[in-house]
Design a protein around this ligand. Structure first.
Ligand SMILES: Nc1ncnc2c1ncn2[C@@H]1O[C@H](COP(=O)(O)OP(=O)(O)OP(=O)(O)O)[C@@H](O)[C@H]1O
Ligand SMILES: [Mg+2]
Length: 259
């Protein structure tokens, strides 16, 4: 994403933001409440049209006018508030809106057995999450299990190349958060690029390859995890360190860094 801007009425939610994601890496986006993190990924997933800027994939310019368009490009997001239906089972949630159908004597019916089998496979093998009884209603599942169902839902879309997780551990207790981090860890390192928004720096430092810091709708800086510290990231978040003159990095500002 290059030079992305977005305003809501008089509020400049994003100003000239760049985002680069490499295949196979996990990029964390951090920043204070209202910094523009969710808005940026909503632009990437076709929820909001940007006012300006461009998006390219494999060096080719792409347009993302709708959620559908982003999914067709292989970009899918699991949002902060998980859109799971409580009174459906995990496989039904995983395939909601993408049901597998088959033909029986010329009549199209839902392939429930196929969906159940595939959903169980993704959950158990790819994500390493056991649900116990896969046919139970989703409202019986724990927060971490629900998060896994939501991730499985994104993964069954043909060829997910970019998976976006918006605060995957925010609503979870420590143990469930830990399990969800393990799920994300398992997904890492294949061709898929992962973008994870998080307020929890310990999780970010554990999982991310690079960290992108946003502040007041702008990019405050990008750092490789191996070459930064919590101190520096916190400084970028609160604005005591800034890579960009325009962000007003007066106190302790470092020289502009191209990253
Ligand atoms: N649909 C909308 N209409 C109006 N203003 C919006 C809308 N969506 C976001 N905003 C505003 O844009 C700014 C950025 O919001 P955004 O949700 O991107 O922040 P965030 O970094 O994800 O914050 P948080 O960490 O709290 O989730 C905020 O000031 C927010 O109030
Ligand atoms: Mg948000």
């Amino acid at each position: 994403m290059r030079g992305i801007s977005k305003h809501f009425g008089g509020l400049q939610a994003l100003k000239d933001v760049d985002l680069t994601l490499h295949a196979g890496e996990l990029l964390a986006i951090v920043g204070d409440n209202g910094a523009g993190k969710s808005t940026l990924i909503k632009v990437l997933t076709g929820v909001y049209p940007p006012d300006g800027g461009s998006i390219s994939l494999d060096g080719q310019p792409v347009r993302v006018p709708s959620r559908r368009a982003s999914i067709d490009l292989g970009i899918d997001a699991v949002y902060q508030n998980l859109a799971l239906v409580d009174y459906l089972t995990a496989p039904e949630n995983v395939y909601l809106g993408n049901e597998i159908k088959r033909s029986v004597l010329g009549i199209t019916v839902l392939d429930n057995r196929g969906m159940r089998k595939n959903a169980a496979e993704v959950l158990n093998e790819r994500l390493g999450v056991a649900l116990g009884n896969i046919d139970q209603m989703t409202f019986n599942l724990s927060g971490g299990q629900r998060q896994a169902v939501a991730i499985a839902r994104a993964l069954i879309q043909q060829k997910v190349r970019i998976l976006i997780l918006d605060e995957p551990t925010a609503a979870l207790g420590p143990e469930e958060a830990r399990r969800t981090l393990e799920v994300v860890q398992r997904l890492k390192g294949k061709d898929m690029g992962i973008i994870m928004i998080s307020h929890q720096l310990e999780h970010v430092f554990e999982l991310a390859d690079r960290i992108m810091v946003m502040r007041r709708g702008r990019l405050a800086g990008v750092r490789t995890v191996a070459q930064t510290t919590r101190q520096e990231i916190l400084g970028l978040i609160v604005g005591s360190i800034s890579d960009y003159e325009a962000d007003g990095g007066r106190s302790g500002a470092s020289a502009p860094v191209a990253s």
